[in-house]
Write a protein of this length. Structure first.
Length: 85
């Protein structure tokens, strides 16, 4: 999976665009995918701008798969417990 494919999947769920960045831009209270050198990084940026690493991956595919699974799990939990995320 690559970034354009991930974007299509997130649009289909749908996931609010404010909840993530696939370009490395840090938005508060969002998951961020960033390519730095040989690594693909996924981190959570909190409401104060603090970055919290969630994973470091050798390939774009692995990073995109991880990020997509995080959103699917979040969606499952919010549906199971009636949360509006």
């Amino acid at each position: 999976m690559n970034i354009p494919e991930l974007q299509q999947l997130l649009d289909a769920v749908p996931i609010n665009h404010a909840c993530y960045s696939l370009s490395g831009n840090s938005s508060p209270d969002a998951l961020v995918l960033d390519h730095q050198g040989a690594w693909w990084l996924v981190c959570y940026v909190d409401e104060r701008g603090g970055k919290h690493p969630m994973g470091r991956f050798a390939t774009e595919d692995l990073a995109c798969q991880f990020l997509y699974q995080e959103f699917l799990e979040s969606e499952r939990i919010s549906t199971q417990f009636g949360l509006n995320m």
